[in-house]
Design a binder for this molecule. Sequence first.
Ligand code: EPU
Length: 430
Amino acid sequence: MDKIVIEGGRALRGSVAASGAKNAALPILIATIVAPGEHRIANVPYLADVSSTLSLLGRIGCPSLAEEGSKLMRVDTSRVAFSEAPYDVVRKMRASVLVLGPLLARMGHAKVSLPGGCAIGTRPIDQHLKGLEALGCTFKLEGGYVYGRTEGLRGAEMTLDMPTVTGTENIVSAAVLADGTTVIHNAAKEPEVVDLCRFLVALGARIEGAGTDTIVIEGVPRLAPPARPYRICPDRIETGTYLCAAAATGGDVTVTDTDPTLLGAVLDKLRATGCTVETTASTIRVAANGPLRGIDVTTEPYPGFPTDMQAQLMTVACLAEGESRFCETIFENRFMHAAELLRMGARIEIHGNTATVHGNGKLVGSPVMASDLRASAALVVAGLAAQGTTDVLRIYHLDRGYEDMVGKLQKLGGNVSRGEEGGKKGASAA
Ligand code: EPU
């Protein structure tokens, strides 16, 4: 297994480009199922989760090809031969559950392994099933699989119990081919949901209200791949992670090819730490100005502060002078990084869903273990800021969601390399 080795204590400086958003790429690649033909998707990040998605598409009979030297992906959905997402794929990537809606819309049946819990919580899919049932699907659960069937989707009005991101995506991806109008109340407003809706509209779908809490979908009989490649939106969480690394190391970093309008709540918190934050239409610069101040963060659905940035900002808070408070309202178990930060000298107390960080301006390098994707990112940021050497173990989590993280951090002047767990020192950065 690989690890990342970091010699910390260097301020990151310079600029780095954001990749395409993982959480937009996955539902969009999967939604190609609803429109038979050859799709071209641009700005697809090179990530393990994208490879898992393409292999899942391959398993159901839809081959894909990455164009040499570009981030353009071709997916051929002319024929769908199978309608199953097996356990060995879903186990690696929960987002595989996103095939449910598109397969039911295209094939009338689907068999998808239940994702089960993960390091950040139990993460049920009851709202996905409730929404698809309202559209005329029936489900049975058997042997760890959910079997779905429909004699024909029909539009329906529904209210989600919570604004679930992939749940909204699953329902919208089915409703586009339903007979009649679907109204989803309490829909997720995340930019990745908006990007999926934009993609579906490019296929010929009729969707209004994406980005608000009510999405209205007028079903159409068929959809087709657009003539021009569809470009995935920038990754706001990757962007935010590099900006946190700038703040944590006392550096000055500009992220290019991004969209500042998607990061309002994160930029507000970085400003509150005392950093300078400057934006243009497609760039964000964060520069530290002396000691960081403590902050109060509560995670919320978009446009609130994203749960996917909570861990990275907690690292920044450990390096601040003064107290910070983090309240996690989206997932019940998303403080796994805190225990690892304690090993680096942080002072954090957790009571229920609230973590209090007593920042003392420094962290000390140590071996740490990543538990999930964003926790891993937080530990890398901590390692960059810490005095001494940090080995971040189990970095397969990072490979799922950060394209070329080592290369990008090196470009910013970080002393970071990749090595093997059990090996002495980091090997090449490739
Ligand atoms: N929930 C239910 N029932 C459902 C669906 C969700 O109870 O049917 C609960 C969840 O357990 C959770 C809350 O609702 O407590 C919100 O979960 P949501 O469904 O919105 O999360 P998700 O769709 O499974 C996506 C991202 C996550 C991100 C969350 C929240 C993808 C592929 N994943 O997950 O991203 O944290 O939204 O914004 O889009 C990551 O990238 O590291 C990551 C975990």
